[in-house]
Ligand binder design. Structure first.
Ligand SMILES: [Zn+2]
Length: 109
């Protein structure tokens, strides 16, 4: 069973946002650990490993999920998700970060 799961994870180089379905691709696919995609760098979003806790009918099941930056921002504004530790809090810093990332993208293409 674990072998099959490992194969599935290895095949998933691109994830879809759980909210809008947008594609989330690894920023550096050549450096992506196929068995730990949650530790990679992702373009315009993230991939995270979640573990369902005791009390859930899915107790101890683990899932890899992707969510894009736009949906994180939107869902935080709607109060659906909470900011836990926000590094880029103000809009100027977010715009500055976007410019840096776009510059990196141009360099690696
Ligand atoms: Zn999305």
């Amino acid at each position: 069973m674990l072998h099959v799961k490992n194969l599935k994870i290895r095949m998933m180089r691109t994830f879809k946002c759980i909210c809008c379905g947008a594609k989330i691709k690894p920023l550096y696919p050549e450096h992506l650990d196929a068995l730990k995609p949650q530790s990679g760098m992702w373009d315009d979003g993230t991939v995270e490993l979640i573990t369902m806790p005791y009390g859930s009918i899915l107790d101890m099941n683990k899932y890899l999920i992707g969510i894009c930056d736009n949906c994180i921002i939107k869902k935080e504004k709607e109060g659906v998700i909470l900011d836990y530790d926000v590094y880029y809090e103000n809009q100027e810093l977010i715009e500055e970060r976007k410019k840096k990332i776009n510059k990196i993208r141009r360099l690696i293409k």
